[in-house]
Design a protein around this ligand. Structure first.
Ligand code: BTN
Length: 326
């Protein structure tokens, strides 16, 4: 018996008694209780009511490769063999790195749960089971590192297109690549690059897209956050959300290879939540104050300072942008 079988039984959101669950799974009621505790530790909300049993507060769409392939439609045959789905993993980005070391050039790695999800600036990406999309894509670019200018911003635009297709309103972008609604993060992107400066390089595009974060997991998240479910009136099947993400990334990356960030610039500008605002850009002990004037085609932040407009580049993964009062 594994945790996944128990989760599949509880996924309908209805009450199930410990005795019924035990009978179906061939284990004792005490063993059911233990497995429920383990699921709770992985971030799943499970209520227990005396006399009724266990239930999840809302029904859960568990990820299923065949269903994702169904939603992928005409892309399915090409991607079927390039797709890994894990129930629980350390980090999909780490798995992507391991696969690159074995020579993989193109892959999509997805997990229901991450034990050590990686965020930017060395932070942890809290990854409760069944609550979000945790996906990493291995992509090979031929033009050296220079061809990657603006990629992380372009990816933010691609992920935003998914949020919009999910009926999520008011999704803004914060440089370099956060998606927010009302100042609360709904998705994060972590790019990790391996290769040389001039030749082909492999890029890991790691995406964490909050779909429906349970209350119990929310306590562990140390920054303002929200999720698609809180801002959409659609019923969100994560299989469909994942298929949309793969479709948008597939089309978007082809567009990026052709035209670079320029192809996404207008869309980025329209969603830029900081444009025209006074900010302080912090990188380690270095602080620069100015007014955000948008982004350049290289993906650099254009900051109007006392010395004129400066393009703030490099180290996008280690900068912090915040509004200053007064
Ligand atoms: C950020 O800090 O904003 C970036 C978060 C990126 C999280 C995703 S989840 C899938 C992939 N695997 C990881 O370990 N991290 C990225």
């Amino acid at each position: 018996m594994n945790l996944k079988s128990l989760l599949e039984l509880l996924a309908d959101g209805a009450f199930h008694s410990g005795a019924d669950l035990g009978r179906t799974l061939g284990i004792s009621r005490a063993a059911v209780w233990k497995q429920v505790e383990r699921l709770r530790q992985l971030g799943v909300d499970i209520h227990s009511v005396t006399g009724k049993g266990y239930r999840m507060p809302a029904s859960l769409y568990l990820l299923d490769k065949d269903i994702v392939l169904h939603y992928l439609g005409e892309l399915a045959p090409a991607l079927e063999d390039q797709f890994d789905l894990f129930f629980s993993i350390d980090s999909t980005n780490l798995e992507a790195m391991r696969q690159i070391q074995q020579g993989v050039a193109s892959r999509i790695i997805v997990a229901e749960h991450q034990r050590s999800g990686r965020g930017r600036r060395g932070r942890t990406w809290i990854s409760p089971l069944g609550a979000s999309i945790y996906a990493s894509m291995v992509v090979t670019f031929s033009g050296g590192m220079g061809a990657l200018d603006g990629l992380s911003l372009a990816v933010a635009v691609m992920v935003r297109r998914v949020a919009v297709r999910c009926g999520c309103h008011g999704v803004g972008l914060k440089w370099p690549n956060d998606l927010q609604v009302d100042g609360r993060k709904i998705a994060g992107i972590l790019l990790e690059i391996s290769g040389d400066l001039t030749g082909p390089c492999r890029v890991i595009i790691g995406i964490g897209l909050n779909v429906s974060i349970p209350e119990s997991a929310a306590r562990a998240i140390d920054q303002p956050f929200s999720d698609l479910a809180s801002h959409s009136d659609h019923t969100l099947d994560r299989n469909q959300v994942l298929a949309m993400l793969i479709q948008e990334m597939h089309a978007g990356l082809a567009q990026f290879e052709e035209d670079g960030f320029a192809a996404f610039h207008e869309e980025w500008d329209a969603a830029d939540v900081y444009k025209g605002r006074s900010v302080e850009l912090v990188s380690g002990s270095n602080k620069v104050k100015g007014v955000v004037r948008g982004v350049a085609d290289t993906g650099a932040l254009l900051l109007e300072t006392d010395e004129g407009i400066r393009a703030m580049t490099g180290g996008e993964l280690s900068y912090r942008l915040r509004e200053i009062s007064g």
